[in-house]
Every structure is written in structure tokens, then in C-alpha cells.
Design a protein around this ligand. Structure first.
Ligand code: GAL
Length: 682
């Protein structure tokens, strides 16, 4: 696939009379779009009867698009099976957590464990791959659509049998499972794997045994990943040379994103920024730039070797939030800049033309129902395409490089949902102050997989380990190597409580790394919303007032660590809140609370300085991200996330790819404006 920046939309030719296709393609090309994603819900048309395939309509549509120089990504249609399929094979319909088998008529109402569904999926995917192997206009494939969206796990009899097998494989003997699960508790004690899951499966699930819940989530994740991988392999075999991806959903976390990314050629992201806002700092509606940045960083890091694709993003109002309010003028264009700045090479919007009926009739599109070519969404799409066109030659294929990272694993996200304190269950929100700090200081970060430390260990100088209760011995060993190898690790409260079976450890916290951090956590004080505390840092870290903290305070006993900050209030006033411990050549910091933005920023500034990572001070809500070329060039992408004009000095002067192309040192960015400076790497 040619390296370039791509813009375009999801396109459903099957929703429109064929007589309109040529005019639609002409309009797309007139707007400067390059790429359309098609097909991902059209199984009923591609295979109208079992075993009879009809791609003629799609061939004609692709021919029309190709006639205008447009490229096509085909989505496999397995998120929406045809009626004949669910009628003939009712066992493929998903059983939800209430025990209800879902009816036909929605989407994702299928069990992807079902051998029948896998067989039928494989057949349609193979037919697509074979049919389009020689079609030059088809540049890539998407598998299915947003796996685990709408419906999470399935609990049908076939899943139960498969889960039993999964447990057998994982634990070997029932005695081992009983031990790891403390299964004598309330006489849960299964006599054999055949008792798992028991007859009253749904009731049993609701008893919330944390190990059972974690294992079921792991099992579901394995099923989702292997279902995607099945399609990935079939497409590789039948239509070689086309990248295959899945459109993941950022922070959704219904499966192990790292694993799926490894079994893909590139990463796809669907991102709908509306529900993320408002920005707590500025009050700007529907727009929380730090959270948006986090979604892109999480996604980009899944594959650090290749730019990712934004496959869906809205231009205006969606149809599924409470109010579906309109983004402010300039914001939707800024969403595309955010993607390109974070390392995406593709930005597609959802969708080309607004559907007139069905459940998404109120959803925005490039062309709204009135089909006007002078509407605001059309203008935005045109600008996004023009920006990409202006930057493509230089920016395409370049990568983001970070020396700081967050380390985590999806098991921890799942386990956090069973946290002792309800306030600590909102996993990603707890990351935000740390992300806010990196954002404010213009420092780029990645997000790496604790389950595969060999992929990243040597690459970073500074790693944050946020609220990682789930810590296997292997993970702990890797973190120890990271620190003794000379790097800096920052762990937070709740580190290392449990092992990979969700079983609490019987050694002092932060088990099993208490010696690395040089502390022991004696107990903790979870804080209600109405209570806060504050942390006073050592004078050489911060001058001035103590900084607020929330959610949780650890009562820490230093065992060799230096105390870097203390709590201000309550019966533990004066006791350690932040500690640092030299270990080998590196340093292990522990922050026994949830910092606010201020504390996190002071700490990150200090840590970056200690690690020799450059920080910057820009006006509020101005962000810098850099993409690096293989030659000596770097592209510094500046984003103004405010509705006001801002003027500031660039870190390094350079040629602006977006406007004028003359060399600039001082930047003036309009509301929601951006600039991309080409500079020499240093
Ligand atoms: C996405 C989905 C699309 C469409 C869109 C509407 O989650 O992949 O098919 O439904 O939401 O915003």
C-alpha cells in the first residue's frame, strides 16, 4: 500500500440507487477525498442465499469509485449476518448476561465462539478475499466492525463448553483451580471442571467471584482476538499484500488490544470525541484534549512500527449520546489534526452520506440529507482533505518517538472494575492527571504492554505504572530489570496487590516489589468525593502550597526509600505520600495516592529533568507532538485546543507545511488552529 496521508469516509453504496453512484464519486473526488471504506454490514447482499455469493453490485460500485481515482478498503460483513443465517442456525445468536438469546435485527448479536458462525464467517471472508485479490482499487481490509461493541461476552452453551476447556488448559487440575480461587469460600468448591460453569451459571456470575469474572473476561478476549485473527489469516492467504486491520475503540478495552494489534498489519481506531468532553480546564463543550490525546497515544502504541488508521470519526453530531450536540466550528477539523499529530496516516469520517431511515438517520455525514455541497460538514471534509494533501509528501510514514511511557495490561483494566473502592474503578480517568502533565509539558508518551516487556524495556527512560493491582511475577521481574538497568519507574497506590489469578498476595505491598521501592504500605484510606488530602513535596521539588490529592491515601512505612513528599491532613499528616528509592542504576518512585494535575505536573517535570527529557512551557492548552522521518527531518505539530488565537515561540523554527510554507519561529494559531513545522532533528 502506497505511503501517503489518506482522507475519506465510510460509504454504503447499497443504501443509494445505482443511478446516483457516479455523481457521489464525482463529489468525493471533488472534495479531495482519497479513500472509502465499504461493505462492513452488507452480508445480506454479498451472500443473499447460503453459499450463493453476489459481488456484482460491489464490483460496479468499486469500478465507479476507481474511475474517480478513489481507493477502497473493504470491511468484512460479519458484524451483521443475514436473516437466513440466524434463522437456519439459531445457535449462532449471542446469549447475553441475562440468559436471553438475542433476536435478529440489530448487529453484533452473534456468538463468535460458535463453530458454525466461525465456519460461515470464514467462508464469506474467503469469498471476499478471492474475489478482490486482483482488484487494484482495494488497498486494505478491515475485519468485522468494532468487536465487543454493543455486546460484550456471550454465555451460550457452546461458550460454556469452550470456557470449561479454557479453564482445564489454564489450571490443569481442579485442585489447582480451587487453590488459586480460594474455592472453599462459601463452599463454592467445584468437584470437577464439569461443574464449571454450574447450572445456575447466570446467578453464579452475579456472585462476582473475581477470579471467575477475570477468567471469563480473559476467555472472551481470547475468543474475540482469535476470531479477528481467523479473518486476518484468510485475507492474507487469499488476497496477499493488503494490510488487514480491525477498527478498535480506543479505551473501550473489551479485549486485549495489544494481542489483536500483534495479529494485525496495522491498527485501526474509531474515535467519537463528543462524549469525552467537556474539558474541565476550559469548559469547552465536547472537547477534552487530554483524553483525546490519551486515546490516540494508547492506540498508536499498540504498533509502534507503523502509522495507524483512524477509520471512523464524526464531522458533526452523532446519534447515540444523550444530547448529540454540535461540535464548535473548527473542532472537527482539529480532531483530524490531533490524529495526524499523534501518528495516524489515515483519517476517515463516518459517513459519506446521511442515511434517510433506520437507526442512524440522525447521524451526521459529509453530505447531509439535503445533499448540499455548500454545507458546513462538506467544508470541513474539504479542509481536512486539503490539509492532508499539503502534508502528505512529508508527513506520511513518519513515526512518533517517545522516551516516556505508561506500562499496563488489559487484565488490570478488567480487574480494576472489581476494585475495593468504587472511586478507583474508573481506570482511565485515574491516568488523566499524569497524561495532563505530559500534555502540558509537551512531552510525548507511549503506552506499553506489561505482558511483553521484551518489546519495550530498553526503549524508555521513564515509565509510569498506574494503579497496576494485577502484577504477575514475570511482570515484576521485568520492572525490576528496568530499574536496575538505570531507568526510572513511578508506581502509584494499589500496585501489586494481586497475581495473575486475581488472588491477593500474602507479602507486604507493593508486593512483590516492596524492596525495589524501599517501602511497605501498611494500610490505606479510601476517600469519599467529599474528602481530599494534600501533599507537600520536598522544598527542592516544589515551592509553595501543598497540592491537592484525592481518591486514596496509602499509609507508607519507608524501608530505605527517601521521603519526597508527605500528606498534610488527617491522622496520618506528616507521613510519607511520595517516596524514591535508588536501586541498581535506576530509581523507583512510589506515589501513594491519586495526584491532582498540579502534583502530577510537578513530579513529571522533575522526573523528565532527571531523565534528561526536554520539557516545554506553552500557553495553556497548546500541545506539541513530533513525528520523526528516517532522514534528518522532524515534524513538530502544534495544536491550539482553544477557541482563542494564541501566539508563542516555537521550540525550533522551521517551514510550516500547512500555510505559507515559509520559515517561522513565532507561531500565531487561530482558534482550534494547527501548524506543522519541518525542523532538523537534534
Ligand atoms: C460506530 C460504528 C458505526 C456507526 C457509528 C455511529 O461505533 O462502528 O457503524 O454505528 O458508530 O456513530
Amino acid at each position: 500500500m502506497e505511503t501517503k496521508l489518506r482522507t475519506g469516509a465510510a460509504y454504503y453504496p447499497e443504501h443509494w440507487p445505482e443511478t446516483t453512484w457516479t455523481e457521489q464519486a464525482r463529489r468525493m473526488s471533488e472534495l479531495g477525498l482519497t479513500t472509502l471504506r465499504v461493505g462492513e454490514f452488507a452480508w445480506a447482499l454479498m451472500e443473499p442465499e447460503e453459499g450463493r455469493f453476489d459481488f456484482a453490485w460491489l464490483d460496479r460500485s468499486i469500478e465507479v469509485l476507481a474511475g474517480e481515482g478513489l481507493e477502497v478498503i473493504i470491511g468484512t460483513p460479519t458484524a451483521a449476518p443475514p436473516q437466513w443465517l440466524t434463522k437456519r442456525y439459531p445457535e449462532v445468536r449471542l446469549v447475553d448476561e441475562r440468559g436471553v438469546r438475542l433476536p435478529h435485527g440489530g448487529r453484533r448479536h452473534v456468538c463468535i465462539t460458535s463453530a458454525r458462525y466461525r465456519q460461515l464467517s470464514e467462508r464469506i471472508v474467503r469469498a471476499i478475499g478471492e474475489h478482490y485479490a486482483a482488484c487494484e482499487a482495494v488497498i486494505a481490509f478491515q475485519t468485522d466492525n468494532e468487536l465487543s461493541c454493543h455486546q460484550g461476552a456471550c454465555y451460550c452453551p457452546e461458550c460454556q463448553t469452550a470456557f470449561r476447556e479454557y479453564l482445564r488448559d489454564r489450571y490443569g487440575t481442579i485442585e489447582r483451580l480451587r487453590e488459586e480461587w480460594d474455592a472453599d469460600f462459601w463452599s463454592i468448591r467445584p468437584d470437577s471442571f464439569d461443574d464449571l460453569p454450574p447450572e445456575d451459571w447466570f446467578l453464579w456470575m452475579s456472585m462476582q467471584h473475581p477470579a471467575l469474572k477475570l477468567e471469563y473476561q480473559r476467555f472472551t478476549s481470547c475468543q474475540l482476538c482469535s476470531y479477528h485473527a481467523l479473518q486476518w489469516k484468510v485475507l492474507h492467504a487469499t488476497a496477499p499484500g493488503r494490510p488487514v486491520f480491525h477498527n478498535m475503540m480506543g479505551l473501550h478495552g473489551g479485549f486485549d488490544h495489544f494481542r489483536m494489534a500483534r495479529e494485525s498489519d496495522v491498527v485501526g481506531l474509531d474515535i467519537y470525541p463528543n462524549p469525552s468532553g467537556p474539558d474541565p480546564k476550559t469548559g469547552n463543550l465536547h472537547y477534552h484534549p487530554v483524553r483525546l490525546s490519551m486515546v490516540h497515544n494508547v492506540t498508536r502504541s499498540l504498533r509502534r512500527d507503523v502509522p495507524y488508521h483512524v477509520v471512523e470519526s464524526p464531522l458533526a453530531s452523532v446519534n447515540w449520546t444523550r444530547v448529540n450536540a454540535l461540535p464548535r466550528p473548527g473542532q472537527a477539523e482539529m480532531w483530524s489534526h490531533i490524529a495526524f499529530a499523534h501518528g495516524a496516516d489515515t483519517y476517515l469520517t463516518f459517513r459519506w452520506q446521511a442515511v434517510r431511515s433506520a437507526s442512524e438517520k440522525h447521524h451526521c455525514a459529509v453530505l447531509m440529507h439535503d445533499l448540499r455541497m455548500d454545507g458546513p460538514n462538506v467544508d470541513t471534509a474539504r479542509r481536512i482533505a486539503a490539509n492532508a494533501g499539503a502534508m502528505s509528501r512529508d508527513l506520511a510514514g513518519t513515526l512518533v518517538r517517545s522516551r516516556a511511557a505508561f506500562a499496563h495490561c488489559y487484565e488490570n483494566l478488567w480487574q480494576s472494575r472489581h476494585h475495593k473502592s468504587a472511586r478507583m474503578q474508573d481506570y482511565w480517568d485515574l491516568w488523566l492527571p499524569w497524561c495532563e502533565a505530559f500534555f502540558a509539558l509537551g512531552v510525548s508518551y507511549d503506552v506499553v504492554d506489561l505482558n511483553h516487556p521484551e518489546e519495550w524495556l530498553p526503549d524508555y527512560d521513564l515509565v509510569i505504572l498506574p494503579y497496576q493491582q494485577n502484577l504477575s511475577d514475570a511482570m515484576a521481574g521485568a520492572l525490576r530489570r528496568f530499574v536496575t538497568g538505570g531507568a526510572t519507574l513511578v508506581a502509584t497506590c494499589c500496585t501489586g496487590w494481586a497475581d495473575e489469578f486475581a488472588r491477593m498476595r500474602d507479602v507486604p505491598q507493593p508486593a512483590p516489589l516492596a524492596d525495589l521501592f524501599g517501602i511497605v504500605v501498611q494500610t490505606h484510606d479510601p476517600l469519599e468525593e467529599t474528602r481530599t488530602n494534600a501533599v507537600r513535596l520536598l522544598a527542592d521539588l516544589a515551592r509553595g502550597e501543598p497540592s491537592p490529592v484525592s481518591h486514596w491515601c496509602d499509609l507508607i512505612e519507608p524501608r530505605g526509600a527517601a521521603v519526597m513528599g508527605t500528606f498534610e491532613q488527617d491522622f496520618y499528616a506528616g507521613s510519607p505520600a511520595v517516596t524514591a528509592h535508588e536501586a541498581g542504576g535506576g530509581k523507583a518512585w512510589y506515589v501513594g495516592t491519586v495526584p491532582g494535575d498540579e502534583l502530577a505536573t510537578v513530579l513529571v517535570r522533575h522526573l523528565c529533568a532527571a531523565c534528561n527529557i526536554e520539557t516545554h512551557d506553552f500557553p495553556p492548552r497548546v500541545q506539541l507532538l513530533s513525528r520523526w522521518a528516517d532522514d534528518r527531518r522532524r515534524f513538530d505539530y502544534y495544536l491550539n485546543h482553544t477557541p482563542h488565537e494564541v501566539t508563542f515561540k516555537a521550540v525550533q523554527g522551521g517551514r510550516n507545511l500547512l500555510v505559507g510554507r515559509g520559515r517561522v519561529n513565532t507561531l500565531t494559531l487561530g482558534p482550534w488552529g494547527a501548524a506543522v513545522l519541518e525542523v532538523e532533528q537534534r
